[in-house]
Design a binder for this molecule. Structure first.
Ligand SMILES: Nc1nc2c(ncn2[C@@H]2O[C@H](COP(=O)(O)OP(=O)(O)OP(=O)(O)O)[C@@H](O)[C@H]2O)c(=O)[nH]1
Ligand SMILES: [Mg+2]
Length: 318
C-alpha cells in the first residue's frame, strides 16, 4: 500500500511519519502530497494567532475539546507553528495537565511544526502539513501561530477563519493592537477576561473595529463585521460562545461565496510562494558564488545600481 493510501485509510502512525517527511521537504513527502492533493479541500481551517502568552494554546485545547464534545463525528487536528508552544510532540504532551484529556482522544491529532529545511520556509511546510491533515479527513484544523507581523498575515491566508487573541495588561491597550491585526481578524478574543482591564481592551478593540469598518451598520449586510468575545481559556469559559461564532463565520463564508474565494486565494498563494522559492533555488544552483560576490561588491561600491545588479545576476552578463 502507498503512503497516501495509508493516510486515507486513517493510519495515525503513517500520518505522523508523513508529516515529518513533509516538514523535511523530502521526495517521499512531495510524492505523497501529489497523491493526496485531490483529497484536500474538505477541512475548515481555523487560524489562532496573537502575541506570546495571550493564551492561544489554552484556547486551542479547550476549543478542540468543546468541538469534540459537540460534534463527536468530526475529527480535529491541531498544528502549532511555534517552537515555544506546549504542543511539542508526544512525550512532553502527556506531562501537560491541560493536554491530558486531548491526548487520549483518537479523534484529535496534535502536531507542532518547526522550520526545517523546507523550500519556502515555515509557511510552506505548514501549508503542506495542513494539506496532509485535510486529506487525512480531519474536518477541523486549528493552526496556532505566535503573532509577529508577517506570520499573522501568512496564517490568515492559510485559514478560512482567523481568530486573533488579545489579553489585557499587555501595555497600553491601543498601542498593543497593531492595526494590521484588525484586517486579518474574523474573530477577536479578549482572553484572560478574569484579569483587570479586560473591559478596557474589549472597548478599545470595538472602537478600532468601528474605525476600520466605517459605516458597516446597515449599509452592507453582506460584509462580516469581526466579532469580539471574552474568554477565560484557563477555565474553559466563553469557549462555547466562541465555537458558535466560528460556525457562524463558516456559514457566512459559504453563503457569501467567501469560502471559495479564500480557498482559491490560499491555493494561489501557495503556488506563488512555491514558484518563487523554486525559481530562486534553481537560480542559486547555477550561480557561481564568486560571481555573486563580485556583483555584490560592485553594488557596495555603488558602481552599479540594485536594478543593474539584478540584471547581471539573472542574465549572467556584465
Ligand atoms: N488568568 C488567566 N491565565 C490564563 C488564561 N488563559 C491562559 N492563561 C495562562 O497564561 C499562560 C500562557 O498560556 P498559553 O496558552 O501557553 O499561551 P500561548 O499564547 O499559547 O503562549 P505562546 O504559545 O508561548 O505564545 C499559561 O500560564 C496559562 O495558564 C486566562 O484566561 N486567564
Ligand atoms: Mg502556545
Amino acid at each position: 500500500m502507498s503512503i497516501a493510501e495509508d493516510i486515507l485509510g486513517g493510519d495515525r502512525l503513517a500520518l505522523a511519519r508523513l508529516l515529518t517527511q513533509v516538514e523535511n521537504d523530502t521526495p517521499v513527502g512531495r510524492a505523497a502530497l501529489n497523491d493526496l492533493f485531490p483529497h484536500t479541500g474538505q477541512a475548515h481551517l481555523i487560524g489562532i494567532t496573537g502575541s506570546p502568552g495571550t493564551g492561544k494554546s489554552s484556547l486551542v485545547n479547550h476549543l478542540a475539546r468543546t468541538l469534540r464534545q459537540q460534534y463527536p463525528d468530526r475529527r480535529v487536528a491541531i498544528v502549532a507553528v511555534d517552537p515555544s508552544s506546549p504542543f511539542t510532540g508526544g512525550a512532553l504532551l502527556c506531562d501537560r495537565v491541560r493536554m491530558r484529556d486531548l491526548a487520549g482522544d483518537s479523534g484529535v491529532f496534535i502536531r507542532s511544526m518547526a522550520a526545517r529545511g523546507a523550500l519556502g520556509g515555515l509557511a510552506h511546510s505548514t501549508a503542506s502539513a495542513v494539506q496532509v491533515l485535510d486529506a487525512a479527513g480531519f474536518e477541523v484544523i486549528l493552526i496556532e501561530t505566535v503573532g509577529a507581523g508577517q506570520s499573522e498575515v501568512d496564517i490568515a491566508r492559510l485559514a478560512h477563519t482567523t481568530i486573533v487573541v488579545e489579553a489585557p495588561g499587555l501595555g497600553d491597550d491601543i498601542q498593543a493592537i497593531k492595526a494590521g491585526i484588525l484586517e486579518i481578524a474574523d474573530i477577536l478574543v479578549v482572553n484572560k477576561a478574569d484579569r483587570a482591564g479586560a473591559e478596557n481592551t474589549e472597548r478599545a478593540l470595538r472602537a478600532m473595529l468601528e474605525l476600520a469598518h466605517p459605516g458597516h451598520k446597515g449599509s452592507d449586510e453582506q460584509a462580516w463585521m469581526p466579532r469580539v468575545l471574552r474568554t477565560v481559556a484557563s477555565q474553559g469559559e466563553g469557549i462555547e460562545a466562541l465555537v458558535s461564532v466560528i460556525f457562524e463565520h463558516a456559514d457566512y463564508l459559504k453563503r457569501s461565496a467567501g469560502w471559495q474565494k479564500r480557498e482559491r486565494e490560499r491555493i494561489h498563494n501557495n503556488l506563488v510562494n512555491l514558484l518563487q522559492s523554486t525559481l530562486v533555488a534553481r537560480w542559486q544552483q547555477q550561480m557561481p558564488p564568486e560571481r555573486y560576490d563580485n556583483i555584490l561588491q560592485r553594488l557596495y561600491r555603488r558602481e552599479i545600481s540594485p536594478y543593474q545588479a539584478v540584471d547581471y545576476l539573472i542574465n549572467l552578463e556584465d
